[in-house]
Design a protein around this ligand. Sequence first.
Ligand code: PLP
Length: 353
Amino acid sequence: MNRFWSPVTRDLSPYVPGEQPRVPGLIKLNTNEHPEEPSAAALAAIRELPGDALRRYPDPESLALRQAIASQEGLSVEQVFVGNGSDEVLAHVFQALLSAETGFSVPDITYSFYPVWARLYGLVCEQVPLDDGMGVDLEGHAASPLPILLANPNAPTGTALDLEAVRYLVGSNPDRLVVIDEAYYGFGADTAAVLLAEADNLLITRTLSKSHALAGLRVGYALGSPGLIEGLVRVKDSFNSYPLDALAQRAAQAAVEDSAWLERASASVIAARDRLAQELGALDFEVCPSKANFLFARHRRIPGRVVFDALREANILVRRWDKPRIEDYLRITVGTEDQCRRLVEVLGGIVGR
Ligand SMILES: *Cc1c(COP(=O)(O)O)cnc(C)c1O
């Protein structure tokens, strides 16, 4: 607390990201970073950047990157917005497309940044409980008149709605905005992007942090109707004209264009995830069906806190929330083959098999 803080600042309760500790030998499975190196083409784009590209301001519209994304999705460039990480894109969604009069609805268990933005921008956030299987309550959201913000796959559960479910939600009220946060795009879930051709009340956000192994680059984007995108641009141009630096624009473009990398790397994460889910099951963990690059699991007998601490003791970091309903769950990022093997070995010791 400081006497110069504004009333808004005094009332904030900021998001706390997963730790990034510098512990030698730590197996870090707590922030859903991709286990592989990013596309070689993206790294080459950074290495080969001419000095002049840093001397000058970058393209404020990130046109080449937006064109690359648009052509991959079969959309026009006016349907693509880019930002400094999808967290920034989502923050702009709050200012540009949601309002204090309406608020919005989210599942009760979801990305814990949503209520933080709600507070920052003074919006009420209605929570619709997940069903008993930790899945999103489709009817519960459809029945509410509020704009909907859904992570699909959801975080931290990893479960996903299929395309028909999202189509139903979007179509159930054409005058209600539906924002689908596809941060875990690429790991086997349906994308709602095909619905953009039939609906102008849908906005999709994505990030290169998870699917493209570029969390350090900070690039996210939104797909939607030209009108929704224009709203985001208005906020962006009232906030920061150059959210993406020259390095980020070039590397992101190269990464997006390298679809062979995405296909291969995603297949490898999916295979590792499904193997790990089986191995956890064999150790008596109950595992939510995941379409993301992480698993959400609880042991049938041992409390989450105990497993978490024992893993930490063994230099393995996962994520856990001290929240009702999910306090016994661990969210475990799918790591490299070696990391997964070590995790299963240590868990075997903890659960006594
Ligand atoms: C990781 C994550 C984000 C943010 O991604 P960045 O692009 O790295 O800011 C947004 N939404 C969800 C659900 C996430 O898990």
